[in-house]
Design a protein around this ligand. Structure first.
Ligand SMILES: Nc1ncnc2c1ncn2[C@@H]1O[C@H](COP(=O)(O)OP(=O)(O)OP(=O)(O)O)[C@@H](O)[C@H]1O
Ligand SMILES: [Mg+2]
Ligand SMILES: [Zn+2]
Length: 370
């Protein structure tokens, strides 16, 4: 395994993708030497929260920054000095990472409070990175609150969470907050391309876009999917591999079925469904992908401006097909089809022959023309 997500973990703030606002603010406050004592990084998984927290702990402690005033103004770590190296290697005594998911209780926070009291061993700042902070128990939150109220000048807290709503308002209000958004399909694809080039992986762009699509905004997920494919298939990433490995029926098949549905061609639609079933594809996934695809056709036909949003979620070639198909639709018919497919999906779950509800949904809607 390459463990791409480890190898390509950003080392500078400027290498964090997609979080421009956050990064700009962190850099300029570091450049001006205006450091807060409590930060909160929140947002969906795999978007750079922990990575940014680690880089920022290098920034505030980097030795070169303390010796070189023009470098200081960059608001970045040097990645060369002993401190930067130690932090990168996870060997830094003064950077304390706590996974709140497995250390939820009051004892851990008491322990933390003890550590807060003592001066940094070696660095300028002691940085406490508390990941998944929403998992703390109410008592632990209370204990943490007291510390957040008056932290010593040498302490910085960076709290990170995917579930902002679960944090007590009292905690939230004591932090400087930064939202980490999902990355767009293009941003993820771009990073996958960069990695592939560096690793001398040959790829079809469409295949990388497919991975990006499946990662649903999380760069970490995208990177580990790429890892998976490479470890099974070698340094070559094609649409075919991605489809087989990830168990997708394949986008071309979804387009084809959508076309039969839009033309109300029952015979072809059924033949095609049997073919897909006989090839051993996952019909649940196929139903889901088809529903999702038809839903995009429907909404795009009603509001062409959605194109701007879809652009960030699906690949160029997918969008092109959807646009083409959305020009010739019968709205109420398509609504009916989508509803039936959703219904069929839930029936498929309890059916020993999942193809049957799917088949019936097609017959119900497409037979009018016969
Ligand atoms: N915004 C980003 N820019 C560049 N790389 C990123 C970004 N987000 C994630 N990555 C990649 O994904 C890996 C994991 O990211 P990270 O651990 O920072 O995510 P996270 O937001 O903390 O996720 P979680 O909420 O699951 O803890 C990083 O090592 C990096 O390779
Ligand atoms: Mg994290
Ligand atoms: Zn340094």
């Amino acid at each position: 395994m390459l463990a791409i997500y480890r190898k390509y973990r950003p080392k500078n703030l400027s290498e964090i993708f997609g979080q421009e606002e956050t990064i700009k603010i962190l850099q300029s406050s570091a450049a001006e030497g205006k450091i807060s004592h409590a930060y909160l990084f929140y947002g969906p998984r795999g978007t750079g929260k922990t990575t940014t927290a680690r880089i920022f702990s290098k920034v505030v402690n980097c030795q070169k920054r303390q010796e070189d005033s023009s470098f200081f103004k960059k608001g970045e770590p040097c990645n060369q000095c002993l401190v930067c190296h130690q932090i990168d290697d996870g060997q830094a005594l003064d950077i304390i990472e706590i996974d709140a998911a497995s250390n939820r209780g009051i004892d851990e926070i008491r322990d933390l409070k003890e550590k807060v009291k003592t001066l940094p061993v070696y660095y300028k700042y002691k940085v406490f990175i508390i990941d998944e902070v929403h998992m703390l128990t109410p008592q632990a939150f209370n204990a943490l609150l007291k510390t957040l109220e008056e932290p010593p000048s040498y302490v910085i807290f960076i709290l990170a969470t995917t579930e902002y709503e679960k944090l007590p308002a009292t905690i939230v209000s004591r932090t400087q907050r930064f939202y980490f958004r999902k990355l767009t399909l293009q941003e993820i694809t771009k990073k996958l391309e960069l990695i592939s080039e560096k690793e001398k992986i040959s790829f079809e762009k469409e295949a990388l876009e497919m991975i990006a699509y499946l990662a649903d905004g999380s760069l970490r997920d995208a990177e580990s999917l790429l890892d998976q494919i490479i470890s099974l298939k070698g340094k070559k990433v094609t649409v075919d591999y991605v489809e087989t490995i990830l168990g997708k029926v394949g986008f071309m098949k979804v387009i084809k079925m959508a076309e039969f549905i839009l033309k109300k061609d029952l015979k072809e639609a059924l033949n095609f469904l049997y073919e897909i079933n006989n090839e051993g594809h996952n019909l649940f996934q196929f139903n889901k992908d088809l529903t999702e695809y038809l839903r995009r056709i429907l909404s795009l036909s009603l509001n062409p401006q959605l194109e701007k949003i879809f652009e960030k979620e699906i690949s160029q070639s997918q969008l092109k097909e959807i646009k083409k198909q959305s020009t010739k639709i019968d709205t109420s018919y398509l609504i009916k089809v989508i509803k039936s497919l959703i219904e069929a999906y839930s029936q498929m779950r309890y059916n020993p022959f999942p193809i049957v509800p799917f088949e019936v949904a097609l017959i119900e809607n497409l037979r009018e023309k016969e």
